[in-house]
Design a protein around this ligand. Structure first.
Ligand code: GLU
Length: 586
């Protein structure tokens, strides 16, 4: 295959309506409204996820670019669910996808109806509900001899593959056996219920792919074999369904991940055989980890395996992973844990899993607008130094010319910095509202245990340094623990409570008495009450008293500013915790 960059064919959209035969003409008439989208200038893009698993950030980036491209040009954005793989698709996954898209702010004009989005008269938008439509096109291709039934069993195909491998040749299905069958024989086999697929008779010509981002590639004759278009279960393959639907749904621009670039050859030959338009293609760069590996679900398993090896763990912590599965998973690096098991294991080990899917980022407390901004920069740039922009800007500026060809590197620290900045500049009321929504969704127990005043004070104390909406919950767990159940981190105790006198414990003993006399339990009141002691006993160095207090109040050395922490906990709780800590570390 050769790829060459073209400079003058951008935007070229081949309209192929030269009917080779009456049959081809009939094929085109089967299309509900084939000419509408090609004669009007309306741009139509689509995002076409296969509903298995969760929406990966790469998929989200594709959806975002398709959305921005169509919306910015007054076009239509279609969501189509490609659920032709019956084994792998699920309704739960479809619902997860639409929810994730809406959370990101990506709405669709046509597609499944959900929360005010979707509808449209080119549906159904679930491919599994379009079998009758595909059938018409199968029949037309069969009748014209452009497709044929093939009856090879899995074993026969494996033998053919093995034979090609033995000769160091790539496997190409020749179709000799299938085409040697007479029409009567085929009818007889079908009547007898022999499992059959339908294969497309690929013409023996080179295929030219024009891509708005990658340029032009010529796939040599013979490279694309007679591929399956209808599976034995009667469902279309991805290649067939995508071609029929892109035509019938009036899709003018197909923007999708680069991994589909080679598939385009198959789509083009099918479009030609069916007399369809050729949409404009643009294949988007993949998103990689900074080390050049593909960002995938496996990254979570990698992190868990590393933690387990480092700690010499041989059996799973209780209520995490089934022990038998754990043993298989440890041995075989290709086995992946389900998200629920991986999450349970991570929380038992205290390990943070890398976010891969949109839902992971949501759980981790990233803002959808920040994710969209950051994803836009993974493969596109508005030019100049501009990095921070919203989706309105993206809509009005997105173009294919500025999409890069090379893989994008997902820089997590940059994303975190973007999120921190967005949270810092957010009006306080909005911050409180967003953290509360995040808390109710992902930390209901925490929310149930804090009073409104405490929650508000936590927000006041955290906003400036919160990198995510989740930070407040991760760093303030101390507040939800009963006073007499708080445990102290041994390292922190050693470091800040013990040692030569006056040590942290001595300070706590004195501070407890001062606090008992304090009637104004506000941040300012506490500051004034502590001031004389701070000056005389700690030489004005707040850390000298703040660190022992933190250990006593929170169990470790991390908490909001110390006077906020005292104010949030309240007088009774604070003094109880300090006294208990002093007593426990005689
Ligand atoms: N269902 C395909 C996927 O999820 C869509 C590919 C395409 O956009 O054509 O990768």
């Amino acid at each position: 295959m050769t790829v060459r960059q073209h400079s003058d064919s951008r935007g070229a959209c081949g309209h192929q309506f030269a009917f080779a035969s009456l049959h081809d003409f009939i094929l085109v008439c089967l299309i509900r409204d084939p000419l509408m989208s090609s004669t009007s200038n309306t741009i139509v893009t689509r995002f076409a996820p296969s509903p298995s698993g969760h929406l990966h950030v790469g998929g989200a980036r594709t959806a975002l670019f398709c959305w921005a491209f169509a919306k910015g040009k007054g076009g239509t954005f279609v969501l189509r669910i490609e659920d032709t793989d019956q084994k792998r698709s699920s309704d739960a996954a479809s619902i997860g996808f639409v929810k994730d898209l809406l959370w990101l702010g990506i709405d669709w004009d046509e597609g499944p109806i959900y929360e005010g989005c979707g509808g449209g008269d080119r549906g159904p938008y679930f491919q599994a509900q379009r079998l009758d439509i595909y059938r018409k096109y199968f029949d037309a291709l069969l009748a014209s001899g452009k497709a044929y039934y093939a009856f090879e069993t899995t074993e026969e195909l494996t033998a053919l593959r093995d034979a090609a491998k033995a000769q160091n040749q790539p496997f190409r299905y020749t179709g000799d056996a299938a085409r040697a069958l007479s029409a009567d024989k085929v009818a007889e086999f079908l009547k007898a219920g022999r499992p059959a697929v339908i294969r497309f008779h690929t013409p023996p010509n080179p295929i030219t792919i024009r891509d708005e981002i990658l340029g032009e590639a010529i796939i040599p004759a013979g490279e694309t074999d007679d591929f399956v278009i209808c599976k034995a279960d009667g469902f279309p393959t991805y290649h067939f369904a995508v071609v029929v639907d892109d035509e019938l749904m009036g899709v003018t621009h197909v923007l999708r991940a680069q991994e589909h670039f080679n598939n385009t050859a198959k789509h083009i030959v099918l479009q030609d055989a069916l007399g369809f338009r050729r949409p404009v293609y643009g294949h988007l760069p993949l998103i990689f980890n900074p080390d050049g590996s593909k960002m995938s679900k496996r990254d979570k398993d990698k992190v868990l395996r590393k933690a387990i090896a480092e700690r010499g763990i041989t059996s799973p912590p209780p209520h995490t992973v089934d022990p038998a599965l754990f043993a298989v998973w440890i041995k075989d690096k290709n086995v992946q844990l389900e998200i629920a098991s991986a999450t349970a294991l991570a929380s038992a080990l205290g390990v943070v899993l890398p976010e891969i899917n949109v839902d992971d980022f949501r759980r981790s407390g990233y803002l959808p607008e920040v994710i969209c901004n950051f994803l836009s920069l993974n493969g596109w740039s508005p030019g100049g130094d501009l990095e921070k922009f919203d989706t309105e800007f993206l809509k009005s500026h997105f173009d294919l010319q500025r999409v890069v060809k090379t893989p994008a590197k997902f820089d997590r620290s940059k994303l975190l910095a973007f999120n921190l900045h967005a949270l810092q500049v957010m009006p306080r009321e909005e911050f409180v509202k967003k953290v509360a929504i995040h808390g109710r969704t992902f930390h209901p127990d925490f929310m149930a245990r804090v009073t409104e005043t405490q929650f508000r004070s936590l927000c006041d104390a955290s906003q400036e340094r919160s990198k995510t909406l989740d930070d407040l919950f991760r760093t303030n767990g101390f507040i939800t623990i009963a006073d007499d159940l708080l445990e102290w981190d041994a390292k922190a105790v050693k470091k800040v409570l013990q040692g030569t006198s006056p040590n942290g414990r001595d300070h706590l003993t004195a501070i407890s008495k001062i606090l008992a006399q304090c009637d104004d339990w506000s941040v300012q009141g506490l500051e004034s009450a502590m001031k004389p002691y701070l000056e005389t006993a700690a030489g004005g160095n707040l850390g000298t008293i703040a660190q022992p207090l933190r250990v006593a109040l929170c169990g470790g050395t991390v908490s909001p500013p110390i006077f906020d922490t005292l104010a949030i906990l309240g007088k009774a709780s604070s003094i109880k915790r300090i006294d208990r800590c002093v007593a426990a570390h005689e």
